[in-house]
Design a protein around this ligand. Sequence first.
Ligand code: ADP
Length: 159
Amino acid sequence: MKGTIIYPGTFDPVTNGHTDIVARAALIFDRVIVGVAASTAKATAFSADERVALARDVLSPFSNVEVQRFEGLLADFARQVGATLLLRGLRAVSDFEMEFQMASMNRKLIPEADTIFLTPAEQYSYISSSLVREIAALGGDVSAFVDKRVLAALRERWR
Ligand code: ADP
């Protein structure tokens, strides 16, 4: 499909669930921009630059996927890169409410853009960055949920 789609998120850190969504999007859309939100209300385990570097490493096999950091509003970033499509992943019904609210708000802020949802393969449907962080911080094994480079970064972070 022609055009650019932005996949925005915190990616703290990028997980196999995110990669699954990116892989699907890369088959459908000409150009996928993974937008790493630098300013987030959440306290992150990794800095914005670290989150971008990890996502770039992990997603480098996809030739039509770029990882870009953005500050401030997604609406401004979307206009800046000329994207009129936004991508979000839906894991379970519990994601729906928040995602519906966000898509509706983004429609007000960027009326020219639409949000598209993709679902991951079922083995990724229970993975979240926050659970991965929590398990890693407590010394648990998260090797099934993240790329080996992310695993190394997590180990370094909580050494
Ligand atoms: P946020 O912190 O804003 O929820 P994330 O960076 O965690 O965003 O994730 C970005 C997007 O990826 C969100 O749409 C989220 O629902 C989706 N996502 C996260 N984990 C998975 C997964 N395991 N499978 C599919 N989508 C996912």
